[in-house]
Design a protein around this ligand. Structure first.
Ligand code: ST9
Ligand code: ZN
Ligand code: ZN
Length: 308
């Protein structure tokens, strides 16, 4: 499968216009509205809603629904579905389907955001063009029965647009109105700016975390470990580990004190309250052992005897 070159005929102009509009509005919010906010308003409308809507992607669409790396009771699934609609990244069903295909055909033509097509394509270019035929071909071979059987996923899919308008725009606007006496601050910062910000933080996992960083677990893949992506993507930057051990609920080897991972902390908290269970962990010792074995093998190749 060769890397396809870009053609204008594959551009989806509707998406180009909508994405451009979102960015123009986000710049307006950044330049004209953000400077009028107090610290508490920034912490609530930007940071707070970034974390909440981010969890709908990380703990929800990604670790729960795409990878089934843990199980969640109904209240937690509803909480995550609403957060997911606030993130406005396509329905859980579509997101998870594309993500499973991303893992199956990582960095080939069957990957929706194939990083071999360049940093921009992997970041957001892929949202503006038709998918490569190999994405459909490989995607059709996979099963999504579990997603179709989940009533929360099915409900969101059926009412997706309404749920997005409510969660991504109306709820932040209401928070602005009731908590800070300002519809404008809620809409522009909690809605528009926060949405575009979370989109970029998510896209960075596909772009930056497939280009710049370390590969301690598998040096033959493009996914890397990147602290900055983990900060933006609330714990999803440990991407070399994640591609090597995709069913690990933490998507990182270390505990939260060694590797920034608020999503792991959230799932642990939910497990404490009985909302999350059957948390899957790839045995850290296995990962470490493989890494050590690899280092030993390299030293041996260089002619240095392995340690006893
Ligand atoms: C957005 C997407 O936000 C973001 C996703 C990011 C993913 C990141 C993953 C990173 C890892 C985890 C880290 C999380 C970190 C989070 C941090 C948070 C702080 N398999 O798609 P269509 C079939 S964009 C099998 O239209 P086109 C299917 O039958 C913003 N079959 O293809 C489908 O019909 P239906 C918001 C598949 O025409 C039909 O084909 N979103 C598959 O080529 C047509 O599908 C948007 O603006 C498959 N994989 O269009 C929309 N895929 O769906 C973005 C499709 O009815 N998307 N089929 O079943 C689109 O507009 C279009 O998908 C397109 C391609 C233009 C990109
Ligand atoms: Zn990846
Ligand atoms: Zn994944």
């Amino acid at each position: 499968m060769s890397t396809p070159s870009f053609t204008w005929s594959e551009v989806v102009w509707y998406n180009v216009v909508v994405l451009s509009l979102w960015h123009v509005m986000a710049v307006y919010a950044l330049v004209y509205v953000l400077p009028t906010l107090s610290l508490v308003e920034i912490l609530s409308l930007w940071i707070g809603l970034w974390f909440y809507s981010g969890l709908g992607i990380t703990a929800g669409a990604h670790r729960l629904w795409s990878h089934r790396s843990y199980k969640a009771r109904l209240p937690l699934r509803v909480f995550l579905m609403l957060a997911n609609s606030m993130a406005f990244q396509g329905s859980i069903f579509e997101w998870s389907r594309d993500h499973r295909v991303h893992h199956k055909g990582s960095d080939t033509t069957a990957d929706p955001h194939n990083s071999k097509r360049g940093l921009f394509f992997a970041h957001m270019g892929w949202v503006m063009v038709r998918k490569h035929p190999d994405v459909f071909k490989e995607g059709k071979k996979m099963s999504y029965d579990d997603l179709e059987a989940d009533i929360v996923v099915a409900f969101q899919k059926k009412h997706y647009l309404a749920s997005v308008i409510l969660m991504c725009y109306i709820v932040p606007t209401l928070i602005g109105y009731f908590c800070f006496d300002s519809i404008a601050k809620g809409f522009w910062i909690g809605g528009i700016l926060r949405h575009v910000w979370v989109l970029h933080m998510t896209w960075c996992v596909n772009s930056v975390a497939h280009f710049f960083g370390y590969k301690p677990y598998d040096r033959n893949i493009r996914a890397v470990e990147n602290l900055f992506v983990s900060i933006g993507a609330i714990g999803e930057g440990w991407h070399n580990f994640h591609h090597k051990y995709p069913s690990d609920y933490a998507t990182g080897e270390m505990g939260i004190w060694q590797q920034w991972n608020p999503t792991k902390a959230f799932i642990d908290l939910m497990a404490f309250f009985g909302q999350a269970y059957d948390l899957k962990r790839s045995r850290t010792s296995t990962a470490t052992r493989e890494r050590v074995a690899e280092a030993v093998a390299m030293e041996t190749l260089k002619g240095v005897p392995p340690p006893p």
